[in-house]
Ligand binder design. Sequence first.
Ligand SMILES: [Fe+2]
Length: 136
Amino acid sequence: MSRLSAWRESLKAAFRAEAESAALFRAFAEKARKEGKENLARALEDIASSKDALAASLLDKSGRINDSYSNLKELIAMEQYEIDLLYPRLADFCVEDGREDLVDYLSGIREKHKKVVDQLDNLIEKLEESPKDIKV
Ligand SMILES: [Fe+2]
């Protein structure tokens, strides 16, 4: 990490930590809900929401949020990377480690990502048609 961008990389690291923390809170909230603890679930989800907001704020302060068109393009690139490389590699590791049972699960995640890419492509088309804001 170059000294000049250490502040930016630190904010990005904090963003990742808060985003992961929010996901953890949501997962634990879901578990609490399955245990019949609805009030606990809601309390954890409230905290998760504040962590989502904090993560977004950190990302913004790091200067990594662009105009909406560029953001959509970035999201597509990220999702495509996960479809093409990340999840296939994870599936390979699972097979190597004798966890073939997870391969179909990971394949299902890839399919969900393909749908997200389609949704994002659609949003870009709508934004190109109506740059002020998409029509719903
Ligand atoms: Fe993803």
